[in-house]
Design a protein around this ligand. Structure first.
Ligand code: BES
Ligand code: MN
Ligand code: ZN
Length: 497
């Protein structure tokens, strides 16, 4: 989709569909609609009156252009009350307006800049909402939809209805595109089925991302190397599968190598059957999404190639399947991790923490990062606690937590902190090894984090459990049903801050 920013005078030349944001307080419509051609302003005034349209948040009203007008459709989108206005409201309103236009054969869309004054962060949010809400994944459907869904919106113009200056908005619109494209890549990778998105496939994606930027390097460690490094937990999980595991390492160089990097670690289980502790069949297909943390890291790196961040950033992805077989891990087995610490396996379905344990130690030992953030679809418990409405965050560093939570408020990817207290640590004490891989009844999200904590040493660390937020079973605002790409915009916001 082509994106551009236009000045107020462009209102006289709008083609296709025009979206106009209306606050409840503006129910008589904003004054600038006088600049529209073909007396569209009168059409709008009549329609608003006839339908008693009030601009309530998310409410839309479609008005058709007059017979000869280049504007075919005008969509009013309610922005709600000014007091409730925010970037997230702008994202939602843009998403809802795109959804409302879905059934029309529209190729060109223009939208008024939402809000009541020039605000670049709102322009960025509008672009995000518009791009993200239009997401579809249909590459495996042999018959392309014959209906209107196949009509793609080719261009979006954001019109600065407040004046003739577009300079400050151009960068914002580009950022909106780059953030969204990162999230869309993550969604595409998440959506790929497990028989395509294997560890080898993820490694190839990482190579592709690195080859697009001179500042990104990639290293892929294969099974022989992973074994040689004695990553007993990671290898243990991969042993159940025929599909070769990969440890994928991406390095982004944005400043002098003297600066310690920020590390991002993403769980890359390309299919989680549970292993010998096999999961029940219901909804097991969703476990193709168990690489959503990895997808988020790859989405961030794709975006990094188009941003100019003055940070060094390293991304690490332990990628493998978790399957049952004669060579799979068994309950009762004890693995020796890369760090030397041992873990007793009680349940082979608690595999994410095993691969992350080795990936976290590897990252800290080899990169000495200033902070480390991991993203993982780690526990069903976090879905019980927070549903799809927030990612759980557990951390050993208050400042990092505060900044990540703030970034989440900005991007609309909410985080909620859970406490890592000693009694949770006690839950994973083992009779036979340094720790065991599950903590028994209760607090499952936290006991998983309590295990990871053993592998981060003194490094400021935050663990994001995205099991509830990585994919949706029904559409929500600007995220259609399916993969959300959660974490990409959040981390980009954090890294840009
Ligand atoms: N990948 C799952 C967690 C998950 C659950 C992700 C639901 C997305 C939706 C993870 O590997 C897992 O199986 N966790 C177990 C841990 C248990 C055995 C202690 C769980 O949460 O049930
Ligand atoms: Mn599992
Ligand atoms: Zn898993």
């Amino acid at each position: 989709m082509k994106l551009s920013v236009r000045t107020k005078s462009a209102l006289s030349a709008v083609e296709g569909a025009l979206i106009i944001g209306v606050f409840e307080e503006d129910k008589n419509l904003p004054g600038w609609i006088k600049s529209l051609p073909d007396k569209v302003d009168l059409l709008l005034k009549n329609a608003v009156k006839e339908d008693d349209y009030k601009g309530k948040f998310g409410h839309t009203l479609l008005v058709r252009g007059s017979a000869n007008s280049k504007i075919r459709k005008i969509l009013l989108i309610g922005l709600g009350k000014r007091d409730d206005w925010s970037e997230e409201q702008a994202r939602k309103a843009a998403g809802k307006s795109r959804t409302a236009l879905k059934s029309f054969r529209i190729r060109k869309v223009a939208s008024s800049l939402f809000g009541w004054e020039v605000d670049p962060s709102i322009a960025k949010a509008q672009v995000e909402g518009f791009i993200l809400s239009g997401y579809t994944f249909n590459k495996y459907k042999s018959k392309k939809a014959e209906n209107n869904e196949s009509i793609e919106i080719g261009s979006l113009e954001i019109i600065n209805v407040f004046g003739e200056n577009v300079a400050p908005l151009k960068r914002a619109v580009k950022l909106g595109r780059v953030f969204s494209d990162g999230a869309i890549l993550a969604r595409d990778l998440q959506a790929e089925p497990g028989n395509t998105a294997t560890p080898t496939y993820l490694a190839a994606q990482a190579r592709k991302i690195a080859s697009a930027s001179p500042r990104i390097k990639v290293k892929i460690l294969d099974k022989t190397k992973i074994k040689k490094l004695k990553m007993g937990a990671f290898i243990g999980v991969s042993n159940g599968s025929q599909e070769p595991p990969k440890l994928i390492v991406l390095e982004y160089r944005g400043t002098s190598p003297k600066h310690k990097p920020i590390a991002l670690v993403g769980k890359g289980i390309t299919f989680d059957s549970g292993g010998i502790s096999l999961k029940p069949g219901a909804a097991m297909e969703e476990m193709k999404y168990d690489m959503s943390g990895a997808a988020a890291v790859l989405g961030v790196f794709k975006a990094l190639s188009e941003l100019d961040l003055k940070e060094n950033i390293v991304g690490v992805i332990p990628a493998t399947e978790n399957l049952p077989s004669g060579t799979a891990l068994k309950p009762g087995d004890i693995v020796k991790t890369y760090s030397g610490k041992t873990i007793e396996i009680i349940n082979t379905d608690a595999e994410g923490r095993l691969v992350l344990a080795d990936a976290l130690s590897y990252t800290i030992k080899n990169y000495k990062p200033s902070r480390i953030i991991d993203l993982a679809t780690l526990t069903g418990s976090v879905v019980v606690a927070l549903s799809t409405h927030a990612t759980g965050i557990i951390s050993n560093d208050a400042d990092l937590t505060k900044k990540l939570i703030a970034a989440g408020e900005t991007t609309g990817e909410r985080l909620w902190e859970l406490p890592l207290w000693d009694p949770f640590r006690d839950q994973i004490k083992s009779d036979f090894a340094d720790m065991k891989n599950i903590g028994g009844k209760g607090g499952g999200t936290i006991t998983a984090a309590a295990l990871l904590e053993n592998f981060v040493e003194d490094t400021p660390w935050a663990h994001l459990d995205i099991a509830g937020t990585a994919y949706l079973s029904g559409s929500l605002d600007y995220s259609p049903k399916g993969p959300t790409g959660v974490g990409v915009r959040l981390l980009l916001e954090y890294l840009s801050g």
